[in-house]
Design a protein around this ligand. Structure first.
Ligand code: HEC
Ligand code: HEC
Length: 494
């Protein structure tokens, strides 16, 4: 072999290095693909076979706009426990079932390969009942979320991004400590994308909710139905909203047995006669017309169609209830029985006399804007555009099935028990507590005179604040005490 044929040392080293680099690049790529594989393939929400689980835990869409990356959502109440009234999200009244990862009303889905947490119908439409203070709560889907302080939650997620501790350097170790076990790629995504982006979007969202400072506190079981809608979906200049449109605070309603309600003018002010539009419009509190999951919502719709109100589980005095039936027929049925001539119609505000704020918050301007939503969106060949919203002049007569689980009463939840509703407004409680789930069979409603339990404070509801008036609905207030006893007994079984 001549000198020239011999590959020189430098060349040898170079080609070895070259191979090494190629190998390292290939190995890195391979590892990256293996790590990213779940992210690439794992798309779509968690599915539930059982419809009740679907209602409580499945996504209805919204991942791309309101999803909070799972581990951020998990670590927030740990890192920022100083901003919560107690331990974790349940301290805001969210129901945590044993063995479940998330509280009721929260759903796990994915966005850009990352697990995210969104909210669903059960946030506002699933409650709990205790027979006594010591008994185990019974969880009832489709009843109002009587314990849930949604405003407390909105305020919590509005405050945390402004805290200087909301940064990757401080959050990543905490996320590790609660057992995230993220792989290196996920760690990079969390550190450089998820945390800063979540911070930004929570700050933007918080600015949309600045109107909360101008409103009465909701307390558990209530929300301003349409102001968030105006802010989030239509970007109305919310700081310029007239005071007369504020405080349209509605009690969460029960949503069982929607079938017989088709065609009725419902929502508290009777502004829509279509069940599907009421469902879809409710969903828009959480999703947008482009990321709504119609399959998920229509599955809920089909179930709610016939779902009966739960039967009253406690003792009923049959004779007294029979007497009460006559009182109900004579005084209430025309407006409240399923076959009543006025049920599902609106009683003008001058006549019903209840608080006008919720009625006034729904405006012609909002109605006309709602008609632009879902333009060009169809589901199974059906145009999803809203066509049934109307501005009304009062509040609707609802069928009263499941009355026992619907307290506090009236559209703004200003009257704690049925017995109180049968008193003239000046004799109804001026101040009472909301958020308790201990049942009061005597007065029909939840216990409303207990300020705190262990360390949990119940919400002090003041009927003199804007939107909170307990006036109006004088029906039945002139009945004799015996007639009232009988009526309450009868209405337990509705
Ligand atoms: C943020 C809380 C919240 C969420 C989430 C929510 N709702 Fe509601 N829902 C309400 C409130 C409050 C009302 C009463 C609205 C009003 O008239 O002011 C209501 C009203 C309704 C009604 C009309 C009830 C009646 O008889 O008038 C239906 C039906 C309904 N919701 C279904 C749903 C469905 C289905 C979902 C999920 C897709 C959902 N809601 C999500 C709070 C919520
Ligand atoms: C003329 C029609 C009319 C009659 C008669 C009537 N109501 Fe009502 N009722 C209404 C309207 C309208 C509302 C909604 C008012 C509001 O929320 O501002 C309502 C609300 C209620 C609610 C609250 C429902 C809830 O989910 O919070 C109860 C309970 C109730 N009525 C019971 C009765 C009883 C009991 C009688 C008979 C003694 C009666 N009503 C007679 C029209 C009527």
């Amino acid at each position: 072999m001549s000198e020239q044929d011999k590959p020189n040392l430098l060349q040898k080293v170079l080609s070895a290095l070259n191979r090494l680099v190629m190998f390292v690049v290939a190995a890195v790529l391979l590892v990256a693909i293996i790590l990213a594989w779940p992210l690439i393939t794992n798309n779509g929400p968690v599915k539930y076979a059982d419809i009740d689980d679907h209602f409580k835990y499945a996504s209805i869409g919204g991942e791309s706009t309101s999803g909070i990356p799972y581990w951020i959502w998990k670590v927030l109440p740990v890192m920022f426990s100083d901003k919560l009234p107690g331990e974790g999200y349940p301290s805001l009244g969210f129901i945590q079932e044993p063995g479940q990862d998330l509280p009721i009303g929260f759903a796990k889905g994915t966005y850009l390969g990352l697990d995210v947490v969104t909210q669903n119908c059960a946030t506002c439409h699933t409650g709990s009942v205790r027979t006594t203070r010591d008994s185990k709560p019974q969880i009832i889907s489709a009843m109002p979320s009587n314990t849930v302080d949604l405003e407390g939650y909105i305020k919590f997620v509005s405050e945390v991004p402004l805290d200087p501790r909301f940064n990757a350097r401080e959050m990543m170790p905490e996320i590790d400590a609660i057992g995230a076990n993220l792989n290196p790629l996920e760690k990079l995504i969390y550190r450089y994308i998820a945390i800063p982006r979540t911070r930004d979007s929570l700050i933007t969202q918080a600015s949309k909710f600045a109107f909360l400072e101008r409103e009465s506190a909701y307390g558990p079981g209530r929300v301003d139905t349409f102001t968030p809608y105006k802010a989030l979906r239509f970007n109305f200049p919310i700081d310029q909203l007239d005071d007369s449109e504020l405080n349209g605070i509605g009690d969460f309603p029960s949503i069982w047995r929607q079938g017989p309600r088709q065609g009725m003018q419902l929502h508290w002010d009777g502004n829509n006669t279509s069940v599907d539009e009421r469902n879809n419009s409710a969903a828009l509190a959480l999703v947008t017309p482009t990321n709504i999951d119609f399959d998920s919502i229509y599955r809920v719709r089909d179930w709610l169609w016939d779902l009966p109100a739960p039967a009253y589980p406690y003792e009923i005095n049959a004779d007294l209830a029979a007497a009460g039936k006559t009182v109900f027929q004579n005084n209430c049925a025309s407006c409240h029985a399923f076959n009543g001539p006025y049920v599902g119609k609106v009683v003008p505000i001058e006549e019903i006399g209840t608080d006008p704020a919720r009625l006034n918050s729904y405006t012609y301007e909002l109605a006309s804007n709602q008609y632009t939503l879902f333009t060009g969106v169809s589901y199974r060949g059906q145009d999803q555009r809203f066509q049934h919203f109307r501005k009304t002049n009062g509040y609707a007569n609802h069928p009263l099935d499941g009355t026992w689980l619907r307290a506090p009463y009236l559209h703004n939840g200003s009257v704690p028990t049925l017995r109180d509703l049968l008193e003239r407004p000046e004799n109804r409680p001026q101040v009472f507590y909301r958020g308790d789930d201990v049942f009061d069979p005597e007065n029909l409603g939840f216990v409303s005179d207990v300020a705190e339990e262990d360390t949990h404070q119940y919400f002090k509801f003041d009927t003199t604040l804007p939107g909170n008036s307990n006036s109006g609905h004088l029906y039945g207030t002139d009945l004799s005490p015996t007639e009232k006893d009988a009526l309450v007994e009868y209405m337990k079984q509705l």
